[in-house]
Write a protein that binds this ligand. Structure first.
Ligand code: 5GP
Length: 346
């Protein structure tokens, strides 16, 4: 046993210090980014925010809505092959939509068949597993990269610099970072495993950038300010679940409870998700996700405007004309957490 004494931070442990700025309005800030991916060699231009590949968020409807704002979507894994083929074949070229998959033989075979028909319309793939530290995951990533040199691959999840480096070297263009911070994730409670998300972002970004790779901060954002902190910490992309949940595009049922309209939102390893997609929780594992009821929030467009407005405003506070400059202009100040945040309300 060993104890690491170095301080690790979450979003709520810091604020961003304002800096002298020549910007006069948020409208002067450009929050799109351009990248050329290390392995695929493809170019990207867009607002680097991605809807999570959860079945209540990463829907076709979400992808169509978000692409109007140049945001990206990682589709969930549970669509039928034919639906996926039809969707990708009709996808406008400028959209950024990830095909998501796990690492089983069936996952790959399904992808292979869909790709055969949809062809180059599938330009982005998200390979994700709860634990990106396993040899089987790394081996899969290698094989996928060898078979598809021109696809942009996002892979994860990991939380430490050495594993971010490993994944970049194994073929990931974007390393997905986050274990335990998700709004409906119970991994930290169920297993004791995790890593404070802001430190994970800072350390993985540093490692990946050193090798020409990129990172996507996945999980834990509850407000536009958290996105600003993630980008400020070096994230190239930010993935959102809960912040985009509860909208029309999530295709969830809206229920009337005590006069308020509510929508179910659940983790992809929750009992709810496993009952729905895997015929229940296998007897060797426990669920690592939970279900919550969210207020129904109407169309996602308003929420997107609010998020983009918050990130733009953060840029003006530190004098960043472009989102690309935000990280360089960010100084975090550590703040003492309120006791009731740490111990709960008394
Ligand atoms: P959020 O933006 O809601 O805080 O986090 C979204 C992320 O939570 C997803 O992209 C995914 O990485 C993670 N996640 C989704 N469902 C589960 C789950 O059931 N268990 C765990 N451990 N993480 C989940």
């Amino acid at each position: 046993m060993r104890i690491e004494e170095e301080l690790k931070l979450d979003f709520q442990d810091v604020l961003i210090r304002p800096k002298r700025s020549t910007l006069t309005s948020r409208s002067e800030v450009d929050i799109s980014r351009e990248f050329v991916f290390r392995h695929s060699g493809r170019s990207y231009q867009g607002v680097p925010i991605i809807a999570a590949n959860m079945d209540t968020v990463g829907t076709f409807e979400m992808a169509r809505a978000l692409s109007q704002y140049q945001l990206a979507t990682a589709l969930h894994k549970h669509y039928e092959e034919r639906e996926l083929i039809n969707f990708f074949q009709a996808l406008p070229e400028a959209s950024t939509v990830f095909y998501s998959m796990g690492i089983t033989r069936e996952d790959y075979e399904k992808f292979y068949r869909v790709k055969q028909e949809a062809g180059d319309a599938i330009a982005y793939v998200c390979v994700d597993v709860a634990n990106g530290y396993t040899k089987s995951f790394v081996d899969f990533l290698h094989r996928l990269r060898d078979a598809h040199p021109q696809i942009t691959i996002m892979a994860g999840n990991v939380v430490t610099g050495e594993m971010a480096e490993e994944l970049v070297l194994d073929g990931a263009d974007i390393v997905k970072v986050g274990i335990g911070p998700g709004s409906v994730c119970t991994t930290r409670k169920m297993t004791g495993i995790g890593y404070p998300q802001l430190s994970a972002i800072i350390e993985c970004a540093d490692a990946a950038h050193g090798l020409g790779g990129l990172i996507c901060a996945d999980g834990g954002c509850t407000s536009p300010g958290d996105l600003a902190k993630a980008f400020g910490g070096g994230a190239d992309f930010v993935m959102l679940g809960g912040m985009l949940a509860g909208h029309d595009e999530c295709m969830g049922e809206v229920a009337e409870i005590d006069g308020a309209r509510k929508v179910r939102f659940y983790g992809m390893s929750s009992r709810t998700a496993m009952d729905k997609h895997a015929g229940g929780v296998a007897n060797y594992r426990a669920s690592e996700g939970k279900e919550v009821l969210l207020d129904y929030r109407g169309p996602v467009g308003n929420t997107v405007q609010e998020i983009l407005g918050g990130v733009r405003s953060a840029c003006t506070y530190v004098g960043a004309h472009k989102l690309r400059e935000l990280s360089k202009r960010t100084t975090f100040i550590r703040v003492a957490r309120q006791l009731n945040e740490v111990f709960g309300q008394s």
